[in-house]
Design a protein around this ligand. Sequence first.
Ligand SMILES: Nc1ncnc2c1ncn2[C@@H]1O[C@H](COP(=O)(O)OP(=O)(O)O)[C@@H](O)[C@H]1O
Ligand SMILES: [Mg+2]
Length: 490
Amino acid sequence: MRTIRTQLTVWYAVALLGTVLVFGVTLALVQRGANYRELERRLTAEADLAAAYIQQATQLGGPLIEYSSDPELALLRLEVADNLDRIQDYVIVVDSAARGLYGSAEVRRLTPAASDLLRQRVFAIAQEHESFSLSLDRVGLRFVERRITGAGPAIIAVAVGTPTREVDVSPMRLATSMLVVLPFILLAALAIGWVLSSWALRPVGDMIDELEAITDGRSLHRRLPVPSAGRPDELGRLANTLNAMMARLEASFASLRRFIADASHELKTPLTVMRAGVERALTDPRTGPEALGPLDETLGEVRRMTELVDALLTLARVDEGRLELHTEPADLVALVAEVWETGQMLGEEAGLTVLLEQPDGPVVAEVDGGRIRQLLMNLVSNAVKYTPAGGTVWLSLTATPETATVSVRDTGIGIAPGDVGRVFDRFWRADSARSRTGERPGIGLGLSIGKWIAEAHGGSLAVTSRPGRGSTFTVSIPRVRAPHPAVIES
Ligand SMILES: Nc1ncnc2c1ncn2[C@@H]1O[C@H](COP(=O)(O)OP(=O)(O)O)[C@@H](O)[C@H]1O
Ligand SMILES: [Mg+2]
């Protein structure tokens, strides 16, 4: 999952691990340097001591070197050698002929090749005070050499050395122990990183949840809570920005709705006047027969426009949340029968049979009678409109103690499966390409208003259809009305 949370956690762990590693390596290097300096100091002290022994012995008099029969085998006087033996390290004394005059126990334990190498090395730099590293018999050693003056020309240098293994090993040990704790540090870093990023990102998650709840133009009045409102941090600023954006959206949505409502409202009066005028002209005996055709057409258009303006006004009020239901107990049996009677008249004109099925007794429900009539009228007129002559339309009412269900079934042209979901969309018509005034006039707002009416009652409007076979629209309405959010909001 590539969330910011996991990314932050991983980066945190990597950063912490890197820091620990750099810290560990630095620590190891520093410790190694300190160890070496300490070693050098000890060796220097010992070398100075050894040189002092030899010089002291010289001042006490007597020959320092004892020669045996073999001129190659010159040795340091015994008491001097005894003194040097006290130094618990590699100690070697060479003379001006590169012979080893003295070697401590460690030096004597070396292989001949190694001890030769050491002797040559000490001799080679006998003129200087110097320290050097040398690997003898695979043991890394550090030596400090001292030139000896005032002990006669024969003795020239003493070197004291010690293995560097200890010095090198302790930083290694540090590194190893760090490797052991590294997985634990990694785990701790991941856990801490996860907790920290969760803590830091929780406000973002909350904000996303809040924003997701704002799904349509009607929930735009909601605002995000601003984290740390007093001195806003980045998230606070984000919330403020989003809130400002929603305020602007809300304002423009509202002015759009206002505009539609105002425009529809302003159109109502002129339309009523026009309608009355045309109707009067139609019934006026002075109107010539040649004018009757155009006047009739005009009346039709004016009626259509009145219908459109009414529908627009209704939807604008729905959107504004200003449209309320005026519910009271009403007998649905009587209401449906009324709709059926009008439907029968429409059906007669279109050559259809319109049938009614409903219970004998009354079905009382808490509804807005006018709105329910509007909804059912649209369903019935649709059924008549979209059913060819000779077909049948059934209007049926059934009821349970909780729900009343009205269904309008026809044997009409049906709705293509891909379009079933769109019939409730505003202005959607299956044959909008054809004339809006042709054989099936309409504006495509009836079902969207109908759906609102059903839902505002706490019910639903649904459709099933098979192309060429017919459609069934079903309205379900609870008989005792529970408050509906669309109405509470207003
Ligand atoms: N009974 C039906 N049979 C077939 N199609 C229908 C039926 N009822 C509605 N429709 C389709 O749904 C569209 C929208 O219906 P509606 O909102 O009432 O608008 P209008 O009746 O003004 O066309 C219609 O144009 C039509 O294509
Ligand atoms: Mg309609």
